[in-house]
Design a binder for this molecule. Structure first.
Ligand code: MG
Length: 287
């Protein structure tokens, strides 16, 4: 079982489960969040079998903490495209994506994973929005379905303000609805100050992405994702704040590039997080 504040890496197993997890283990990272891509986005057009993933986990000793749903047809090109294509908010793809979450939840169950997560899209800031009640109903159905497998469902942050996300969680009213807190997304979408947002969302946060980025500089465009510590998150302060609010779940590094450059940035991110944790432990004010 993972230690409190275990380091993690967000990965879709780009080199296949075994090779990717061997690399993760060699970086001395004990956990991953596994992003399940649609088959069409994978190299040989087929999804990984649960047995193949289980064997790689057993061989490497790495643990999957979260299975993350990625849907076919999603695009993060700019904000209008995200609004139109991402998550459960777009109505024309909603039913098939609810089915997809159930499929991924079953996969997670086969892997012994108790947490499923996704971007569900831009939750309407206005609770009077005509589309809002159906989204709340859909979320209840998803929570109830994953609950049959003993799982939580975590909402990735950033496409709405923290206050809107809190209101949505309360409106859905399901005990297994949680938050995967990505501080960079709040900045990339220009929505919220991540450190203040933690005060609003802390009771529901059971996972994070340690990711960084800069604020958008043009209308309708996202900001730029950056190596941890090089964007506008203020990572040392954000980690300090996580500890202050009692967070003890994994610290999962996310870097949205590939290959050797990603590995280098992940190792730097790991060193930065370890430095922040060590500083916090040596702080006599902490208890
Ligand atoms: Mg993220």
């Amino acid at each position: 079982m993972k230690q409190p504040l275990a380091l993690g890496l967000m990965t879709y197993f780009p080199d296949g489960p075994l090779q990717t997890l061997q690399t993760v283990r060699d970086m001395e990272i004990p956990t991953v969040q596994f992003a399940v891509l649609p088959a069409s986005a994978l190299l040989n057009g087929r999804e990984f079998e649960a047995a193949e993933v289980r064997a790689a986990l057993a061989q490497t000793g790495v643990e999957i903490t979260t299975v993350f749903c990625v849907f076919g047809g999603e695009s993060y090109t700019d904000i209008p495209t995200v609004r139109a294509t991402v998550g459960l908010v777009p109505e024309d793809t909603r039913a098939e994506r609810v089915e997809r979450i159930a499929h991924i939840s079953r996969l997670a169950q086969e892997l012994g994973v108790k947490r499923v997560a996704a971007h569900i899209g831009f939750i309407p800031e206005d609770a009077g929005d005509a589309r809002y009640p159906a989204l709340v109903e859909t979320m209840r159905a998803v929570c109830d379905d994953v609950a049959t497998r003993g799982q939580n469902f975590a909402l990735e942050t950033g496409q709405e303000t923290a206050r809107t996300l809190k209101r949505f969680i309360n409106d859905v009213g399901r005990d297994n609805l949680r938050v995967n807190f990505d501080p960079a997304n709040m900045i990339l979408y220009g929505n919220d100050q991540p450190i203040e947002a933690l005060d609003v969302l802390a009771p529901w946060v059971d996972g994070v992405h340690c990711k960084d980025g800069s604020w958008p500089t043009e209308p309708n465009k996202l900001g730029k994702e950056k190596p941890l510590g090089e964007g506008d998150v203020d990572v040392p302060r954000w980690i300090e704040k996580l500890l202050e609010v009692g967070y003890r779940c994994p610290l999962t590094i996310e870097r949205e590039i590939a290959g050797e450059e990603q590995k280098r940035d992940v190792l730097r991110a790991k060193a930065l997080i370890e430095e922040c944790l060590a500083r916090s432990q040596s702080n006599p004010m902490r208890n």
